[in-house]
Design a protein around this ligand. Structure first.
Ligand code: NAP
Length: 494
C-alpha cells in the first residue's frame, strides 16, 4: 500500500500532525497506533491522582482551545477526553489504525520514500487487520515521544517476590490495595501524585526514596462555571488567559539558565516542607541537596502531608534486594510488603533502540545515534531523508508545555513539505554540518544551565552526562527557528 505520510503514534504529537495535514488538504496519511485506543501517555498513565503539572489552558492546542477545562491542572481523564474529542471534531477516527506496532522502516533512495514494517500488537483487537504488513510512503512522522517504555530497575531477587508487582504506567486497577502493605519505589513526578491516594487506602506504605525531589506548592483550583461560560462566550479572553500562563512559565527559563537565581524558589520549597512536616528528621530526608531545577521541579500540596501519616514510612537506605516477602535495604532491614509499585520512570535513552530504522546508504538510526541521539531542530536527522521525529532530541521542556513545542515542530514539517512541493523535489535531507552546528550551539547553552551544573544525576542526561532531552531556551525561540524550513540546512533531491 502506498501512502504519502505514515504517522506513528496517536498522542498529542501524532494527532497534531494528522489534524494539520488534514487541514491543508494533504489527506493521504494514516496514523498507526500500537494500542487499541488513542491518547499516548494520557491513555497509558491511569494511576490514581494522575494529572498534568502544566496548566490545562496552555497544555492544549492553540488551534483547539477547550473553554470547558474544569481545573487549572486537568486530570488524566479530562486530558484523554480532550484528545478523544479532537479525533471526532477533526474526523480522524477512520484515519487511525489500532493494534499496529511499527517495528522498523527503510529508506529507498531510488523512490525517495520509506517502507514501514508493522506487526500486530499483542494488545491488538479486531478493529483493524493491518498488522504484519508493510506500508510504502513518502514521509514518516515519528510521534511516539520518549516517555512510553517503563523502566523497572534490575533488583536482585525481584522475580522471587510472592506478592504483586506493577509499574505506575501499567497500573493494575484489578488489584485492590485496601488494607495492604505497599512498597513504592521512586519519588518522581508520577510517584508524588499516586502516593497520597495509595496512602489513604493501604494499611502501610513504605516509600523508598533515592533522591528527594524539589516540590513547590501547586496553585490549583476548580475553574468555576462562570469562568467557563466567559471563556465560551469570549474566546479572546481565553487566549489572553493562555498568554498570561505562557508568559509566566516562560520567565522561569531565566532561572534554569542561571542556577544562582534558584535560591528564592528553594526557600519557598523548604517552607513548603516546613509547613507540612513537623519531624526534623523527616524534613531533612525530604530536603534535596542539589540546586532546584537540576531534576524536574514538581508541584504538589498533598504529597508532604501524606508522608506524615502514621501508616507511611520514608526509607532512604538503598535497596539491595527483594525477597519472597519484601524489600531489603542496605541497613539490613527487611520491609515486608504485599505489593511493590515502581514509580521509576521511563527508558528515555532506549526509546528508539528496539526499532530498525534504516536511512540513506543502509545506515541504521541506532548506529547514527550510537554516541547519543541528535537531530536538527529536534526534528530531522542527517542521513534519514523524509523522516521527521516529533518530540525528538532536545525538544523536551522543564519549564513549559510540550504541546507548544509539538505545534512548532508540526509547523516545521509542513513547511518542509511545502518547500519540496515548491521546488518539485522528491526528498529532503539535513546537511550534517548544519545539524552538528545546531547541536554544538545547544551544548553551549546547556553547559551553563542548572540541568548540567545543579549537582544531580537526572534522566535529562545520558550515561556520558550529555543532555539530549531538553530545549535550553525560551520556547518562542524554538518557534522562531521552526517557522520556516531554511533551504541552507537541507539537501533537496530532485
Ligand atoms: P522519574 O521522574 O524518572 O522518577 C523516577 C524515580 O524513580 C526517581 O525518584 C528515581 O530516583 C527513582 N528510581 C529510579 N530507579 C531507581 C532505583 N533503582 N532505586 C530507587 N529509586 C529509583 O519518573 P516519573 O515520575 O514516572 O516521571 C517521568 C517523567 O514523566 C517526568 O519527569 C515528566 O516529564 C513526566 N511526567 C509528567 C507528569 C505531568 O504532570 N506532566 C506526571 C508524571 C510524569 P532518582 O531521582 O534518584 O533517580
Amino acid at each position: 500500500m502506498r501512502r504519502s505520510v505514515v504517522i506513528v503514534g496517536s498522542g498529542f504529537a501524532g494527532l497534531c500532525m494528522a489534524i494539520r495535514l488534514a487541514e491543508q488538504g494533504r489527506d493521504d496519511f494514516v496514523v498507526l497506533e500500537k494500542a487499541d485506543t488513542l491518547g499516548g501517555t494520557w491513555r497509558d498513565n491511569t494511576y490514581p491522582g494522575c494529572a498534568c503539572d502544566v496548566q490545562s489552558h496552555l497544555y492544549s492546542f492553540s488551534f483547539a482551545p477547550n473553554p470547558n477545562w474544569t481545573r487549572m491542572f486537568a486530570r488524566q481523564e479530562e486530558i484523554r477526553a480532550y484528545l478523544e474529542d479532537l479525533a471526532d471534531r477533526y474526523r480522524l477516527r477512520d484515519r487511525i489504525r489500532y493494534g499496529v506496532t511499527v517495528t522498523g522502516a527503510e529508506y529507498d533512495a531510488e523512490s525517495g520514500g520509506w517502507t514501514v514494517h508493522t506487526e500486530r500488537s499483542a494488545s491488538g483487537t479486531s478493529i483493524d487487520t493491518a498488522g504484519g504488513e508493510t506500508i510504502d510512503c513518502r514521509f514518516v512522522v515519528w510521534g511516539t515521544g520518549a516517555l512510553h517504555e517503563p523502566s523497572v530497575p534490575e533488583i536482585d531477587g525481584l522475580e522471587r517476590f510472592d506478592g504483586t508487582v506493577f509499574h505506575s504506567a501499567h497500573w493494575d486497577h484489578g488489584h485492590d490495595l485496601t488494607g495492604e502493605k505497599v512498597a513504592v519505589i521512586g519519588t518522581g513526578a508520577s510517584a508524588i501524585q499516586f502516593v497520597p491516594p495509595v496512602a489513604e487506602r493501604a494499611a502501610e506504605l513504605t516509600l523508598f526514596q533515592r533522591t528527594p525531589p524539589w516540590i513547590l506548592p501547586k496553585v490549583d483550583r476548580p475553574i468555576s462555571a462562570a469562568e467557563r461560560w466567559a471563556f465560551r462566550a469570549f474566546p479572546a479572553l481565553q487566549r489572553l488567559y493562555r498568554a498570561a500562563i505562557y508568559a509566566r512559565l516562560e520567565a522561569r527559563v531565566v532561572g534554569f539558565r542561571n542556577p544562582a537565581l534558584m535560591a528564592g524558589l528553594e526557600l519557598l520549597a523548604k517552607l513548603h516542607i516546613r509547613r507540612a512536616v513537623a519531624d526534623p528528621e523527616l524534613r531533612r530526608a525530604l530536603t534535596p541537596d542539589y540546586t532546584l531545577g537540576c531534576k524536574r521541579v514538581l508541584i504538589s500540596n498533598d504529597y508532604y502531608p501524606a508522608l506524615t501519616r502514621d501508616n507511611v514510612n520514608v526509607v532512604t537506605d538503598g535497596i539491595v534486594r527483594v525477597t519472597e516477602r519484601g524489600v531489603v535495604t542496605a541497613d539490613g532491614a527487611e520491609h515486608e510488603v504485599d505489593t511493590i509499585i515502581f514509580g521509576t520512570g521511563f527508558k528515555v535513552a532506549d526509546a528508539f533502540a528496539q526499532l530498525a530504522i534504516v536511512g540513506r546508504d543502509g545506515v541504521k538510526l541506532t548506529d547514527a545515534w550510537r554516541d547519543g541521539a541528535e537531530a536538527h531542530l529536534g526534528t530531522t536527522v542527517a542521513g534519514f531523508p523524509n523522516l521527521f521525529v516529533l518530540v525528538g532530541p532536545n525538544t523536551g521542556l522543564s519549564h513549559s508545555s510540550m504541546v507548544y513545542m509539538i505545534e512548532s515542530q508540526v509547523a516545521y514539517v509542513l513547511d518542509c513539505l511545502d518547500l519540496l512541493d515548491r521546488r518539485g523535489a522528491r526528498a529532503l535531507d539535513t546537511r550534517p554540518e548544519r545539524q552538528a552546528a545546531y547541536n554544538a550551539e545547544l551544548r553551549e547553552k546547556l553547559a551553563g544551565g542548572v540541568w548540567q551544573r545543579g549537582g544531580c544525576r537526572s534522566w535529562y542526561l545520558d550515561e556520558n552526562g550529555v543532555n539530549r532531552t531538553l530545549w535550553p531556551d525560551f520556547t518562542f525561540r524554538f518557534r522562531g527557528r521552526t517557522r520556516h524550513a531554511d533551504p541552507a540546512d537541507l539537501v533537496l533531491t530532485p
